[in-house]
Write a protein that binds this ligand. Structure first.
Ligand SMILES: [Zn+2]
Length: 160
């Protein structure tokens, strides 16, 4: 149970105790001080309740976000464009007649983000490289890395 709920319950309990004691108080000054304490506790309890509502709304939003991602990810399967390389592809598109279909970056996919991979030819070597311009993920489908390729490597703007 979140701390603000305990704080809220504690404030209500104290408020009830003070309210119960009020009826037995004859001294006006003590009675007024008790009323001020009571008002303070009621404000604290209201504030704790507001925090609880806000937190609950945040969690509801998060659950909806995760549920919609779970539905979305069902549309994709793991795809192997080359030895030791795995990406994600739309089930329907990758099952069809087309030999070329969009693939999603596996690194971004695991962070619940869809980012399409670019197929680029990097020279020297006429290498075919899959590149994610979002997170900087890259994989050689044909060819192998050359020092000059570092200039061509993507500059990630996400997840760094
Ligand atoms: Zn990526």
């Amino acid at each position: 149970m979140p701390a603000e709920i305990f704080a809220g319950i504690g404030a209500f309990k104290s408020a009830f105790d003070i309210a119960r004691a009020l009826k037995d108080m004859d001294d006006t000054a003590k009675r007024n001080a008790a009323i001020i304490d009571l008002q303070q506790l009621i404000l604290e309890a209201q504030s704790a309740q507001q925090d609880t509502i806000k937190r609950s709304e945040e969690l509801e939003g998060r659950v909806k976000e995760l549920e919609s991602w779970e539905v979305e990810r069902e549309r994709y399967i793991r795809f192997q464009p080359g030895p030791g390389i795995f990406t994600y592809a739309d089930k329907e598109e990758s099952n069809g007649e087309e030999h070329s279909f969009p693939q999603l970056c596996p690194s971004c996919f695991h962070s619940r983000h869809k980012s399409f991979l670019n197929t680029e030819t990097w020279n020297p070597g006429r290498c075919e490289v899959l590149v994610c311009r979002d997170c900087g993920w890259q994989a050689y489908v044909h060819g192998s890395a050359e020092p000059e390729h570092q200039k061509l490597a993507p500059k990630p703007y996400r997840g760094k």
